[in-house]
Write a protein that binds this ligand. Structure first.
Ligand code: GNR
Ligand code: NI
Length: 175
C-alpha cells in the first residue's frame, strides 16, 4: 500500500477532465487501495482520482461515523437528482478553506464495481453531497467554483498567503 500525494490549488492538473476507466485489472485494484489509504490518512470523507493526478473516472468515499465503510464508484453517472441542500464543504485540494455550497439533496447514481459489474443506488445526506463533490473533481471542478466572485478572491488571497507561510494549515477561513 502507498499513500499518494494530493494535488492542491492552484495546481492546473486539478482542472483535467478524467477519462473513463476501461481496464478492470490489478493496477486498478492497487489504485483503489492506495486512494482509500490516502483518504483515511488525510481524514477526508472522499477522494477523486484527479486529486492524486490520475485522470480516470473513479472515486472513493466513506461517510460512516467509524470510517469503516469504504465505497468505490467507477465511471459514476448521476441519472437523476432532486431537491436542494446547503452544506459547509471543505476539500483536501483546497486546504483550510470552508464554505457553504448548495447541491442536490438526493441523487440516483449508476457506477461500476472494481470487477466491472454495474450497480445503481439512491443516495441522500452526506453520501449524496460527497458523491457530487467527487464527480465534480473528475470534471475538473472544485467547490470554490460555486462561490461568488468576492469570496473566490478571498480564497485566492488566502491560498497565496498560505504558500508564502511555513505553516500553511495553521489558520482556517470560513466563508
Ligand atoms: O473530506 C472532505 N469533506 C467534505 C465535507 C463536505 C463536503 C465535501 C467533502 S469532500 C472532502 C474530501 C475531498 O476533498 N474530496 O474530494
Ligand atoms: Ni475535494
Amino acid at each position: 500500500m502507498a499513500k499518494l500525494e494530493i494535488l492542491e490549488l492552484p495546481d492546473a492538473r486539478l482542472r483535467t477532465i478524467a477519462r473513463p476507466v476501461e481496464a478492470f485489472d490489478d493496477d486498478l485494484c492497487q489504485l483503489i487501495k492506495d486512494m482509500t489509504e490516502t483518504m483515511y490518512h488525510a481524514n477526508g470523507i472522499g477522494l477523486a482520482a484527479t486529486q492524486v493526478d490520475v485522470h480516470r473516472r473513479l472515486l472513493v468515499l466513506d461517510v460512516s461515523e467509524a470510517q469503516d465503510q469504504p465505497r468505490v464508484y467507477i465511471n459514476p453517472r448521476i441519472l437523476e437528482s432532486e431537491g436542494s441542500e446547503t452544506c459547509e464543504e471543505g476539500c483536501l485540494s483546497v486546504p483550510g478553506i470552508y464554505a457553504e455550497v448548495s447541491r442536490a439533496e438526493r441523487v440516483r447514481v449508476s457506477a461500476q464495481n472494481p470487477d466491472g459489474s454495474f450497480f445503481e443506488e439512491r443516495l441522500d445526506g452526506m453520501h449524496a453531497i460527497c458523491l457530487q463533490h467527487e464527480i465534480d473533481h473528475l470534471d475538473g471542478k472544485l467547490f470554490v467554483d460555486y462561490l461568488s466572485p468576492l469570496k473566490r478572491r478571498m480564497v485566492t488571497k488566502k491560498l497565496e498567503k498560505q504558500r508564502k507561510n511555513t505553516s500553511p494549515k495553521a489558520t482556517q477561513v470560513m466563508l
